[in-house]
Design a binder for this molecule. Structure first.
Ligand code: PBG
Ligand code: ZN
Length: 338
């Protein structure tokens, strides 16, 4: 192991540089800036709709007009990007609204790009919100007790969805489905249609996680049978996460993501140090809800705990943090002079 310091006490006193706020700031190794934050938003059809998500205090399902207001507030606070999820008017077994130009996401993207052209609009690409059964891919029933996910036929639908979002004006395409080959399929479809400059942020190391629980209420996307373990990764597997990430990079991903974030800091560190690619960490729904719940009880300092948690992701190597706390963080960072 590398020896960092050969000096010893009393010549060396580690506490010397901890004596004042100014000194501590001067030697601070890791900083969090509002420019690194992405705010996820949930879009649903309608007008003047702001439906609270019970398990995520402060998070709402928003109709396009309300979503625009929310995005404008975030942008005014300095948040540079939003990540959009759609709750369609109707779901079916082929996720039709996921790739319709008239779908909820293209509608919201067009509105945001018209009213807030500088705001980066990232669109999650997955089928689960649009499928009647809530799975991320096409499902084929094999028997009464068994259904399988049809990987390869799903790729075409994902590519169509990505293209519909790019055509509406999305700045970044973010596939979260975990089908094999989706980055190749999406990159090819975008390129053929002339969207060669549209970046892909891939959910590269995405685990089958209990931390997504509150999101499934927010997006109304809980699977109606089974679970997502045949496509999302098994939490104990770190080497496999690096291979997943390597494959996504080879297939053309521009930004890679680790998700969830807090319980997977080792992977944020390893993905960033192994590949050196722009790396995003998704602080997912339960990471947010756990802090909110404890804060509501008066058991923790919400602000200090949220800031410390976000810094841990930056320290691990995340360049980008996707978080439902983005607006709170923007306010706090401003108060602290960042
Ligand atoms: C859809 C998707 C999910 C999340 C992001 N995209 C849910 C899931 O995979 O079940 C989770 C985000 C969160 O928990 O905040 N594939
Ligand atoms: Zn999905």
């Amino acid at each position: 192991m590398k020896i960092y310091c050969s000096e010893s006490f009393p010549a060396t006193r580690m506490r010397r540089l901890r004596q004042t706020p100014a000194l501590r700031r001067l030697v601070c190794e890791t900083r969090l800036s509002v420019q690194q934050l992405v705010l996820p938003l949930f879009a649903r059809p309608g007008k003047k709709i702001r439906t609270p998500v019970n398990s995520m205090p402060g998070v709402f399902q928003l109709s396009p007009d309300e979503l625009l207001t929310e995005a404008a507030n975030a942008y005014a606070l300095g948040v540079p990007a939003v990540l959009l999820f759609g709750i369609p008017a109707k779901k079916d077994a082929k996720a039709s609204e996921a790739y319709s130009a008239k779908g909820i996401i293209p509608e919201v993207v067009r509105l945001l790009k018209k009213e807030l052209p500088e705001l980066l609009v990232i669109t999650d690409v997955c089928l689960c919100e649009y499928m009647s059964h809530g799975h991320c891919g096409l499902v084929r029933k094999v028997s009464d007790h068994k259904a399988v996910i049809e990987n390869d036929p799903t790729l075409d639908l994902l590519a169509r969805s990505a293209l519909a979002f790019a055509e509406a004006g999305a700045d970044i395409i973010a596939p979260s489905d975990m089908m094999d080959g989706r980055i190749t399929a999406i990159r090819k479809r975008l390129d053929e249609a002339g969207f060669t400059e549209s970046p892909i942020m891939s959910y590269a190391a995405k685990f089958a996680s209990a931390y997504y629980g509150p999101f499934r209420e927010a997006a109304e996307s809980a699977p109606q049978f089974g679970d997502r373990r045949s496509y999302q990764m098994n939490p104990p597997n770190a080497e496999e996460a690096l291979r997943e990430t390597a494959m996504d990079i080879q297939e053309g991903a521009d930004i890679v993501m680790v998700k969830p974030a807090l319980a997977y800091l080792d992977l944020i560190y390893r993905v960033k140090s192994t590949f050196g690619y722009p790396t995003a960490a998704y602080a997912v729904s339960a990471e947010y809800s756990m802090i909110k719940a404890a804060a509501a009880q008066g058991w923790i300092n919400e602000r200090a705990l949220t800031m410390e948690t976000m810094i841990s992701m930056r320290r691990a190597g995340a360049d980008i943090i996707i978080t439902y706390s983005a607006m709170d963080l923007a306010r706090w960072l401003k108060e602290e002079g960042f």
